[in-house]
Design a protein around this ligand. Structure first.
Ligand SMILES: *[C@@H]1O[C@H](CO)[C@@H](O)[C@H](O)[C@H]1NC(C)=O
Ligand SMILES: *[C@@H]1O[C@H](CO)[C@@H](O)[C@H](O)[C@H]1NC(C)=O
Ligand SMILES: *[C@@H]1O[C@H](CO)[C@@H](O)[C@H](O)[C@H]1NC(C)=O
Ligand SMILES: *[C@@H]1O[C@H](CO)[C@@H](O)[C@H](O)[C@H]1NC(C)=O
Ligand SMILES: *[C@@H]1O[C@H](CO)[C@@H](O)[C@H](O)[C@H]1NC(C)=O
Ligand SMILES: *[C@@H]1O[C@H](CO)[C@@H](O)[C@H](O)[C@H]1NC(C)=O
Ligand SMILES: *[C@@H]1O[C@H](CO)[C@@H](O)[C@H](O)[C@H]1NC(C)=O
Length: 312
């Protein structure tokens, strides 16, 4: 078996353009970011599945990026067959074990008493996936890998299981007809309404965001469209709050709008560049059928047509 983590800074590129494994743990760069490339087995062999940028100071992921092509349309594995297989991503990287990581991801995330009052009858934050599990059901290994600790963060349960799930499903369906990259990340600010931390002091991000970079099937123009899922508590009985969370979540956003929620917006551009270099080799999509990293970086605005097309 291959080991679990690749250090992008120490990549060795094979004749097939695929990266081999450097078992050294990724060291933080000058921004304090560890970049993980997490591989997975599939019917077309080993691919690089997840490109995760992890903020070591905040002890939370910054972003998790994947490529969507025809492989993602296979649904060989049922979601129910996996039950949180990974704890902290410390199998080969003990420097990211608890307490360097916030928690070991094997248990729930308890709320503070004040948060429980708002959330009643819920008492925990969800371990929200950045990259969701569902598009990775083409192999059991790929599905399992989405549960790595560095792909999870404390997320409001109602939003995770409703509005944000709608965004995940919608995005996945849109990318069945075209190829692209999907980057999901956390806003830089903490939850200042309910938070900023959980019962055990784990940081609660103010929001989750998602960016899809794809090539329009008809026009061949590369586009980036996104969403923001605010991360304050929505009561499961509060229909007004739910309607409001739906409305803000279902509004398509430009890349610029998402960059404005980040203190290190340049990490998004680095994410597109690293995704192109690491996720594309070995995949089925031709490089001409998916945007280049430069095109993803350049697509900072959205047209009225794109807004309408992506509005839920
Ligand atoms: C996936 O995780 C499940 C536990 O949830 C485990 O039983 C199974 O062996 C794992 N599969 C792979 C390919 O690692
Ligand atoms: C993490 O590392 C510790 C210490 O090496 C080990 O006991 C534990 O089983 C590891 N957890 C996982 C999920 O691999
Ligand atoms: C993870 O944390 C839970 C709760 O704190 C603890 O019970 C469990 O033993 C931990 N597991 C590992 C592998 O460290
Ligand atoms: C949340 O809903 C529950 C009923 O499920 C209710 O008891 C509780 O007061 C609500 N909290 C708020 C802050 O609305
Ligand atoms: C790799 O994944 C494929 C597709 O899910 C599966 O058929 C095969 O058994 C896996 N191979 C290994 C070595 O796990
Ligand atoms: C977010 O919360 C953590 C933990 O309370 C704190 O250390 C950090 O300074 C906060 N960040 C901001 C931007 O306030
Ligand atoms: C939120 O959106 C979902 C999906 O469109 C819908 O099923 C649900 O009824 C909406 N909730 C509210 C309170 O509007």
């Amino acid at each position: 078996m291959f080991s679990e983590i690749i250090l992008t800074a120490g990549l060795i590129v094979t004749a097939f353009g695929l990266t081999t494994i450097d078992t050294t743990c990724p060291l933080p760069d000058t921004n304090g970011i560890n970049t993980f490339v997490i591989p997975a087995n599939s019917s077309i062999g080993k691919i690089n599945l997840l490109l995760i940028k992890y903020d070591q100071a905040r002890k939370l992921p910054f972003s998790s990026t994947v490529l969507h092509d025809q492989l993602n349309t296979l649904k060989d594995i049922t979601r129910a067959s996996v039950s949180e297989p990974f704890g902290p991503l410390n199998q080969t990287c003990s420097s990211l074990a608890v307490p360097t990581f916030q928690f070991n991801c094997t248990g729930g995330i308890s709320m503070t008493d004040a948060q429980k009052v708002k959330a009643t009858p819920r008492y925990t934050w969800d371990r929200g996936h950045l990259t969701p599990a569902n598009p990775m059901r083409f192999s059991e290994d790929a599905l399992n890998k989405t549960f790595v600790c560095v792909n999870l963060a404390a997320q409001d349960s109602w939003t995770n299981q409703n509005a944000w799930m709608n965004i995940e499903v919608f995005t996945e369906n849109k990318l069945k007809a075209t190829n692209g990259y999907v980057m999901t990340g956390l806003c830089s600010a903490n939850n200042t309404v309910d938070g900023p931390t959980t019962y055990k002091g784990y940081i609660i991000p103010q929001c989750f965001w998602k960016l899809a970079c794809y090539k329009d099937k008809l026009t061949k123009v590369s586009k980036v469209v996104g969403y923001i899922g605010e991360n304050t508590i929505v009561n499961f009985s509060d229909l007004v709050a739910q309607k409001d969370r739906n409305a803000t979540t279902f509004t398509p956003r430009s890349q610029s709008e998402i960059l404005a929620r980040l203190t290190k917006p340049e990490l998004v551009a680095q994410g597109w560049t690293d995704a192109e270099a690491n996720l594309l080799p070995g995949r089925q999509v031709a490089s001409t059928d998916i945007p280049t990293a430069s095109e993803c970086i350049a697509a900072t605005t959205i047209s009225t047509e794109t807004f309408t097309e992506w509005k839920l």
